[in-house]
Ligand binder design. Structure first.
Ligand code: UN1
Length: 510
C-alpha cells in the first residue's frame, strides 16, 4: 500500500528514502526507520543529513533567498497559490501518510493537510497586504514610513504531532514574506516531511525558484544544534516540548537571533453550572481524546462546577467507553496509538502518580488491546481529590489523560486554569455572558493563555487567528492575524525632501 501511495505523492524514487529498510527508529549508519505507530512496522528508511550535506543545504538556501527576495511579494504569492493547489490535489494521500506515520486517525490526518491548504490561501492574500504604516514627522518636509522586508533563510523545527500543518504555517507565511525555508522535521515523521517538501519544491522549481524549500533531516546533535547556532538563520521557529524550547531559546538568544517558540500546553476547560452540558461534553471529549491527547492544544484538565460535576463525569465516562480505539486508518476509529512505547510509558507513569496522589481513575488508565502491535492506551479520566491537590496535573503528559477538578466560585476556576507553567489554550463553557466575559476579561484577570475559547474546546484552532501561548509555551505566534511579522524585518524609513538640515527633538548643532 505504501508503494502506491509514495508513487502518487511522487516520492517513490526519492533519494532519501530506503525501501525495504529493516531498522527501527534508532539511528543506524546514517539512516533511520519511519515506523507506523499502529503496527510497530517500519514503513521505509530515511537517509539522514551529515555536517557536510547540512552545509550545502544552508548555502543553497542562502543563494535561493537572494533570488527569492527580489521577486515581488504578490508574485511570490502566485507561487504559494500553486503550492496550495498542489497540496489540495494531494490532500487525501498526504493525510493518509500522516495517519500512517504518526497514528492520527485519517480524518485528522486529512484535516491537518487542509490546515496547510488554508494557510496557503491565507498567505496568497497576505502577499498583497504586507502593510507598513506611515507616521507624521515632527519636522517640516520630512516623511516617515515603516516597511517590512524579507528576513533571510529561516529554520523551522517541527514536532511529530503536526508533521505537515506546522510547517505549513511557517513555510507559507515565510515564503510570501520572501524568506527561504529550511525545515528540520521530527525524526518520528520524516516521510511526511519529504512528501510535503517535495510537493512545495516541485512547484517552486517548475516556476523557476529552486532552493526556496529545503529539508534537513537528522538528529538534534548533528542537525538541530548546528541550526540553532547558525548565524545564517536569523529566525528559528521551533515547535516541541518546553525543555526543547528553553534550550533553543537560550542558544538562539546567545547569538542574538530571533526565535518563534510554540511549546507545551496544559490546557483546561472550565464548565459553569449554567453551561449547555451536551455541548461541553462534545468539546471536552474531542479536546481530551482527539489525536490521542497528542496535540499541544489537547484538553488536559477539566475544571467543573461542583454542582454539575458528578452528573457530567458520569456522562463523560459513558462517552469515553464508546470511543473506538484501533487502526487509525480504519473507518469509525476515533483513537489511534500513541507515537511510541516511550510515550505509553510516560502515560503509565502519570496514571500511577495520579493514583498515588489520591486521584480516582474514573475510566481508562491502562493499555488497550487491539492486536495491532502499536502502543495503544485507553483514554483516561482521573478525578482529583476534593482538595484539588494533584501535582501530576501540572505536567504535560502527551497522552489522553484528563484530570478533573471542581470549584465553587468562578474566580477559583480561573485561578486553577492559570495555575500551571504553560499558557497555550483555555476554554469555558458558560450560559451567561458575565461568566464568559470574565474569562476573557480585557484587564488580564481572566485566562492567561494565548488562546481562549467560549463554548468550544481547547483544540482545533482556525488558521485565521494568531496561534501560540504565553509563559512556558514560549510566547510565539504563528498562523493567522499579524503573525507574518515574525518572518520579516521592520525598517523605519525617514526622508528629508526639503533643503534644511533639521534635527529631531529640536536639537541645534551649529
Ligand atoms: C499542535 O498541536 O502543535 O488548534 C498544533 C489545534 C490545531 C493545531 C495544533 N489547529 O488543535
Amino acid at each position: 500500500m505504501a508503494d502506491a501511495l509514495f508513487d502518487r505523492l511522487g516520492i517513490a524514487d526519492h533519494p532519501r528514502i530506503i525501501a525495504g529498510y529493516d531498522g527501527g527508529t534508532e539511528v543506524r549508519d546514517g539512516a533511520v526507520g519511519s515506523v507506523n505507530p499502529a503496527t510497530g512496522k517500519t514503513i521505509a528508511g530515511v537517509r539522514l543529513d551529515t555536517a557536510d550535506s547540512y552545509e550545502k543545504t544552508i548555502a543553497r538556501s542562502g543563494e535561493a533567498f537572494i533570488r527569492w527576495r527580489a521577486i515581488p511579494a504578490p508574485k511570490r504569492g502566485d507561487v504559494v497559490r500553486e503550492i496550495g493547489n498542489e497540496l489540495r490535489a494531494h490532500r487525501d494521500d498526504l493525510g493518509r501518510l500522516v495517519a500512517m506515520e504518526v497514528g492520527k486517525i485519517l480524518a485528522e490526518g486529512i484535516g491537518e493537510v487542509q490546515e496547510t491548504v488554508d494557510i496557503a490561501d491565507f498567505a496568497v492574500g497576505l502577499s498583497r497586504q504586507l502593510h507598513g504604516i506611515t507616521m507624521p514627522s515632527e519636522r517640516p518636509m520630512h516623511a516617515m514610513r515603516e516597511q517590512w522586508l524579507p528576513l533571510g533563510p529561516i529554520g523551522v523545527i517541527t514536532a511529530f504531532n503536526f508533521p505537515n500543518a506546522v510547517w505549513g504555517w511557517n513555510a507559507m507565511l515565510g515564503a510570501v514574506a520572501g524568506d527561504a525555508i529550511v525545515w528540520k522535521p521530527s525524526l518520528l515523521a520524516p516521510l511526511t516531511a519529504i512528501a510535503t517538501n517535495e510537493i512545495a519544491n516541485r512547484v517552486a522549481e517548475r516556476l523557476g525558484h529552486p532552493g526556496v524549500f529545503e529539508l534537513v533531516i537528522g538528529t538534534d546533535d548533528e542537525v538541530g544544534e548546528r541550526m540553532i547556532a547558525d548565524r545564517r538563520l536569523p529566525l528559528i521557529s521551533a515547535t516541541g516540548s518546553c525543555r526543547m524550547g528553553r534550550h533553543v531559546g537560550q542558544a538562539v538568544a546567545g547569538r542574538l537571533g530571533r526565535t518563534l517558540l510554540e511549546l507545551g500546553g496544559n490546557n483546561a476547560t472550565i464548565v459553569e453550572p449554567d453551561a449547555d452540558l451536551d455541548l461541553a461534553l462534545k468539546g471536552v471529549v474531542f479536546g481530551a481524546v482527539g489525536t490521542c491527547g497528542q496535540r499541544c492544544t489537547s484538553t488536559r484538565r477539566l475544571i467543573i462546577h461542583e454542582s454539575v460535576a458528578d452528573a457530567f463525569c458520569e456522562k463523560l465516562v459513558k462517552a469515553y467507553e464508546t470511543v473506538r480505539i484501533g487502526d487509525p486508518v480504519a473507518e469509525g476509529t476515533l483513537v489511534g496509538p500513541l507515537i511510541n512505547e516511550a510515550s505509553a510509558q510516560a502515560f503509565d507513569q502519570a496514571v500511577a502518580a495520579a493514583k498515588e496522589q489520591g486521584g480516582e481513575i474514573l475510566t481508562g488508565g491502562g493499555r488497550a488491546e487491539t492486536g495491532l502491535g502499536g502502543a495503544f492506551v485507553t483514554p483516561t479520566v482521573v478525578r482529583a481529590p476534593g482538595s484539588n491537590d494533584l501535582p501530576v496535573a501540572r505536567e504535560e503528559t502527551f497522552a489522553p489523560i484528563l484530570y478533573v477538578f471542581t470549584y465553587r466560585e468562578l474566580d477559583d476556576a480561573i485561578a486553577l486554569n492559570n495555575a500551571v507553567d504553560q499558557g497555550l489554550s483555555s476554554a469555558i463553557f458558560a450560559g451567561s455572558v458575565r461568566s464568559a466575559e470574565r474569562f476573557l476579561d480585557p484587564s488580564g484577570a481572566g485566562s492567561d493563555c494565548g488562546l481562549a475559547y467560549v463554548n468550544l474546546g481547547t483544540s482545533g484552532a482556525e488558521i485565521g487567528g494568531a496561534f501560540g501561548g504565553e509563559k512556558d509555551t514560549g510566547g510565539g505566534r504563528e498562523s493567522g492575524s499579524d503573525a507574518w511579522k515574525a518572518y520579516m524585518r521592520r525598517q523605519t524609513c525617514t526622508t528629508n525632501f526639503g533643503e534644511k538640515f533639521d534635527l529631531a527633538q529640536g536639537i541645534r548643532f551649529e
